[in-house]
Write a protein that binds this ligand. Structure first.
Ligand code: GRF
Length: 230
């Protein structure tokens, strides 16, 4: 059984609390776009809702909003060119991404709108420590523009999913989901906006659970446990 058990917060004795303070759970956030999920995570950390710190942000797009948001918050932010492919990192780029994340000593790699598929070497560098958010209730509508797919298909409820990343496309073990109702007069834009609002609640909550050892992977299933009872 593979399990996550990093550390949990809230212990009464000071030495343990000091240890916890010295071992802040470190996030490496990867994004290609505007960075609204990054902002939601950073805000939740600042509000004390997620016991973690964002150690590094990396983007494959030089002027991505996520880099601006990170720099405005004095969080280290790197543009690392992706290389010659459109949908994945080339070998050299992949090596640079892995090296930067290792150097930043990240405990969890958080994909927040990163528009490239990660290959096996990347997955092996952070086993069971890469998460992604997807704008549909997986396994429905994997891939691009999931909110448009949902609208075109005619579903009445869609939503968002946070999952561990495996070698497939949006196929890893599901950590949690939030449902969003589709309204009669929804356009792709209005539906996407409500899904993103749900994402901004869901992603910080899932990261907090992982950081506090409340998330255990058992095969395809992810169980939420109470760390106090483990
Ligand atoms: C989100 O809708 C997420 O579901 C998808 O990419 C988008 C990123 O948006 N994976 P943002 O850059 O966080 O605003």
């Amino acid at each position: 059984m593979k399990r996550f058990c990093f550390f949990s917060l809230g212990h009464a004795d000071t030495s343990r609390n000091l240890k916890v303070m010295n071992q802040t759970f470190r996030l490496g956030v990867l994004g290609s776009g505007k960075g609204s999920n990054f902002v939601a995570i950073a805000d939740a950390i600042a509000a004390g809702q997620v016991p973690a710190q964002i150690a590094l942000v990396i983007s494959d797009v030089p002027d991505a909003g996520i880099l601006h948001h990170a720099r405005n918050r004095n969080i280290p932010a790197l543009y690392i060119p992706p290389g010659r492919f459109r949908t994945k990192l080339d070998d050299e780029a992949e090596q640079r991404y892995i090296a930067a994340l290792k150097e930043a000593r990240v405990d969890l790699v958080v994909l927040a709108g990163f528009m490239r598929i990660l290959k096996q070497r990347f997955l092996d560098a952070f086993p069971n420590r890469i998460v992604n958010i997807h704008p549909s209730l997986l396994p429905a509508f994997p891939g691009l523009e999931a909110w448009k797919q949902a609208l075109q298909y005619g579903v009445k409820i869609t939503g968002c999913t946070v999952h561990f990343v495996d070698a497939g496309v949006d196929s890893g073990p599901i950590i949690d989901q939030e449902a969003v109702r589709v309204y009669e007069d929804d356009t792709p834009e209005t539906l996407h906006k409500r899904i993103q609002e749900a994402e901004h609640r869901l992603y910080p909550r899932c990261i907090a659970a992982i950081a506090t050892g409340q998330v255990v992977i058992q095969g395809r299933r992810v169980r939420w446990v109470n760390p106090q009872t483990q």
